[in-house]
Design a protein around this ligand. Structure first.
Ligand SMILES: Nc1nc2c(ncn2[C@@H]2O[C@H](COP(=O)(O)OP(=O)(O)OP(=O)(O)O)[C@@H](O)[C@H]2O)c(=O)[nH]1
Ligand SMILES: [Mg+2]
Length: 369
């Protein structure tokens, strides 16, 4: 099960360029006409050096990294969501993703006109936030009318209580959205989140704001990010920067050429791994590992997942028949150099169902079939 991220942003902000860079794809970018409404979709492996570091200990036949799926979908523009709301197609693509990567144009390029003429990342972020909020508001307004009717016709009981909880939550969200606060920033509690989960509200999704820079702006990257963060330091929101065009070119070179190219530019590493990792952190995701003669593998879970639930990510049988988990942390195993030595040092623990799995735990599940 891959983490799914949607790449959104104003027309010509560089969405497809960033998509190509992140996924090593060669989708058509568009200097003039806007990209079509068909989204680009690709799955990439999450880089995890820990898997390779464990090869000398476990000698696996293969390495299996966790997946991220990116969808690049055009369809946001100023006013796009007013009245009618976004196209049904856009909503259907974007409402199912778990998080958003919002590409914001910072790059200067006189050949690529900006829909609002000037380059102004802060303005563009506001524009997109408003469009997302409008889209959610339109759904809420319609739903509130129907929900009130339904409640008046439903007998008191658990079903009606469910509707009432939903109504209260939507009524709490509505004025905040009208004031320009995205749902992701409201600090909803678990019950409230559950009450609205099925709507797939766009402004409720964690967002990575990704400034798309020119090569020449790389030196200012930190300053630009700080400017954005000062205005948009919302919960479930992170800011990053990337030189999209440059990274796209890099992604299409083989490794040796890419290394040389980066050295020429004075870059130490490509920005892509950083973006993927940041997306993970933003979503509150961590990885645990399994290792053995067949494969060394990374699995994605939410931070705060119990050992038994984590076992279920590997296979439902492991969750159902869970007895205990043998756990050693990556750092301890590497320091020890072998499982035998890690055991001697007391770093291999036996944990029960409710143990909270940590990032970098290497786990072997004991279970009944
Ligand atoms: N100089 C420069 N040009 C860029 C950069 N990113 C994108 N471009 C150019 O800007 C144009 C639009 O880029 P796309 O990636 O197609 O933008 P998009 O957001 O997918 O556009 P639509 O899908 O039409 O909304 C292309 O000609 C890109 O080559 C960048 O970082 N620097
Ligand atoms: Mg595009």
């Amino acid at each position: 099960m891959a983490l799914t991220l949607g790449i959104i942003g104003l027309p010509k902000s560089g969405k497809t360029t960033v998509f190509n860079a992140l996924t090593r794809s060669e989708a058509q970018t568009s200097a003039y006409a806007s990209s079509g409404s068909e989204p680009n979709v690709a799955v990439v492996k999450v880089p995890d050096e820990r898997l390779t570091a464990l090869v000398d200990i476990f000698h696996p036949k293969r390495i299996v990294q966790a997946d991220v799926q990116y969808t690049d979908v055009a369809g946001i523009s100023k006013g796009a969501s007013k009245g009618e709301s976004f196209s049904r197609q856009f909503i259907s693509y974007i409402s199912t993703v778990e998080g958003l990567v919002h590409v914001v144009r910072a790059f200067e390029n006189p050949d690529i006109p900006h829909p609002d003429d000037t380059i102004d990342p802060l303005r563009d972020i506001e524009t997109v936030e408003l469009e997302l909020a409008f889209s959610d508001l339109a759904i809420i307004e319609k739903r509130l009318i129907r929900l009130r009717e339904t409640i008046s016709k439903t007998k008191p009981g658990p079903e009606r209580e469910g509707f009432e909880r939903e109504l209260e939550t939507l009524q709490r969200i509505q004025p905040e959205l009208e004031a320009g606060q995205p749902i992701r920033a409201l600090g909803l509690d678990e019950d409230e989140e559950r009450a609205i989960r099925n709507y797939g509200f766009l402004s409720a999704k964690p967002m990575l704001i990704l400034l798309n820079l020119s090569e020449s702006q790389l030196e200012q990257a930190d300053a630009l990010m700080a400017q954005v963060a000062a205005k948009h330091a919302l919960p479930n929101t992170a800011v990053a920067a990337i030189a999209g065009k440059l990274e796209q070119d890099l992604a299409q070179l083989d490794e040796a050429d890419a290394t040389e190219f980066m050295a020429d530019l004075g870059l130490k590493e490509s920005g892509l791994n950083r973006i993927i990792k940041q997306s993970y952190q933003l979503m509150g995701l961590i990885s645990f590992l399994t290792a053995g003669p067949d494969e060394n593998r990374a699995w994605t879970i939410r931070n705060g997942t119990t050992a038994q639930k984590a076992a279920g990510v590997i296979h439902s049988d492991l969750e159902r028949g869970f007895i205990r988990a043998e756990v050693v942390h990556f750092d301890d195993l590497i320091a020890a150099g072998s499982m035998v030595e890690a055991k001697k040092r007391g770093h291999v623990r036996s944990e029960g169902k409710t143990y909270l799995v940590k990032d970098g735990d290497i786990i072997e599940v004991r279970f009944n079939v």
